[in-house]
Ligand binder design. Structure first.
Ligand code: NIG
Ligand code: FE
Length: 408
């Protein structure tokens, strides 16, 4: 396979060092090269440096003119819900007029309305939906995405959702415990079914398990039961926690050595302190807080206390119809008070850590996977600065151009 040389890049910027996850002040450390190059050999980065130091390269080399472009690592979205049918545009309009997300959920709208549409979509419809959503993510600069099930809630549709994510190249997470569907009398009955009938097959496809630990969804005891069973089947553990209420998500995540606890809009000072002292990564989803007009998570306090944090979109039809990590970086800077370098690390190396892939993803460095996002901007910090701007010009995945557009 020919090599790919990205040459004359205005800037090449990557989270510094080799460790993961980055915490505290290390989150803001970037390696920054002006007038640089990146040489890819197949799907791997072979060399990174200054144009002035570029020697001759043997063999076939395809060159990409990087003038005017800034390179950052391919963005990693570690929390999305891309496997769904239909949409929630009617609900969105009702919420705009004042109805609350929790009220809509309690009356059979919300998640359960997407469950009906997802079951009706069929396996082919779901695969087509995930492919379409993956395309949107790619155009926004995302080269690796995690995708959850959780809108099927029956054996067939949960497995079809996981297969659709995997088939589109995503990292599948089983979110069987998202909501209790109407054919089960109670959350406990539904968990009986999930663990006996779905988990053995889901664990063959998924890498992680996730649960919605929240008032009106699953309580701490139910979440513990679900997660312990999933762990026994070899799955990494994650939780949706502290989205609306603090009902024990952080203590449970720490008790079970979960990889992450995600949302945290309702987390108070004790939760911040506990999470910071743990190995659990806090995944912050500011597009979801914005979309639902909820408080933002205490990101600055978490970073200052030494917590490992990642940023993700939470892409889904109900609470965050947004696939753009650049927009999430803008929200991180304007709402979460994270600097552009902290935001970059949070949606590259730290997000890769959440997916168990930080040894190969999330940095521009020799030996890492040749996934890069090229920004059409005079400075890489336009990633956060240009609010909803067309900043992503070209996306390189596995050493090949996966998306490219004209300059803006
Ligand atoms: O992460 N909080 C639970 N689940 C999703 C939203 C699901 C939906 O509204 O469809 C979330 O926000
Ligand atoms: Fe989510």
């Amino acid at each position: 396979m020919a090599k790919l040389l990205l040459r004359d890049l205005r800037q090449v910027v990557s989270p510094a060092g080799t460790s993961a996850p980055l915490r505290g002040s290390a989150l803001a450390d970037v390696d920054w090269i002006d007038d640089g190059y990146v040489l890819c050999d197949g799907d791997t980065i072979e060399a990174v440096g200054r144009m002035a130091d570029l020697g001759s390269i043997g063999g076939d080399v395809f060159e990409l003119d990087g003038r005017g472009l800034c390179a950052v690592p391919g963005l990693v979205d570690c929390h999305t819900h891309p496997a769904f049918g239909g949409d929630r545009v009617d609900e969105f309009s009702l919420r705009a007029a004042g109805a609350s997300y929790e009220e809509l959920h309690a009356t059979g709208g919300g998640i359960l309305s997407t469950v009906r549409a997802t079951r009706a979509a069929g396996a082919d419809g779901l695969s087509a939906a995930v492919e379409r959503h993956r395309g949107w993510m790619l155009r926004a600069g995302t080269t690796t995405f995690e995708g959850k099930s959780g809108y099927g809630l029956d054996l067939e549709t949960e497995l079809a959702s996981l297969r659709a994510v995997r088939g589109a190249g995503g990292v599948p997470t089983w979110l069987g415990a998202h909501s209790t569907p109407p054919e089960h009398a109670s959350a406990d009955d539904y968990l009986d079914f999930l663990l006996a009938d779905v988990l053995p097959a889901a664990a063959q496809i998924a890498e992680a398990a996730d649960v919605f630990l929240e008032r009106g969804a699953f309580d701490q005891e139910q979440a513990r039961r679900y997660l312990e069973a999933c762990r026994a089947h070899g799955l990494t553990l994650r939780l949706h926690g502290d989205q609306f209420t603090e009902v024990g998500a952080i203590p449970l995540a720490i008790e079970l050595s979960a990889r992450s606890v995600d949302h945290l809009e309702a987390t108070g000072p004790a939760g911040v302190t506990a999470l910071a002292a743990s190995d659990v990564t806090g995944v912050l989803l500011p597009a979801s807080a914005l979309f639902l007009d909820r408080p933002m998570p205490p990101a600055r306090a978490l970073v200052d206390a030494g917590a490992a944090v990642a940023l993700a979109t939470d892409f889904n039809p109900g609470s965050a119809f947004c696939e753009s990590l650049p927009l999430v970086c803008s929200l991180a800077a304007t709402q979460l008070h994270l600097g552009p370098a902290e935001a970059l690390a949070a949606c590259t190396v730290n997000a890769a850590h959440v997916l168990g892939r930080a040894d190969r993803l999330g940095r521009i460095a020799k030996g890492y996977r040749a996934d890069l996002t090229l920004l059409d901007a005079p400075d890489w910090r336009y990633l956060a600065y240009h609010l909803a701007g067309p900043v992503v010009a070209t996306v390189i995945k596995d050493g090949a151009v996966a998306f490219g557009r004209e300059a803006y």
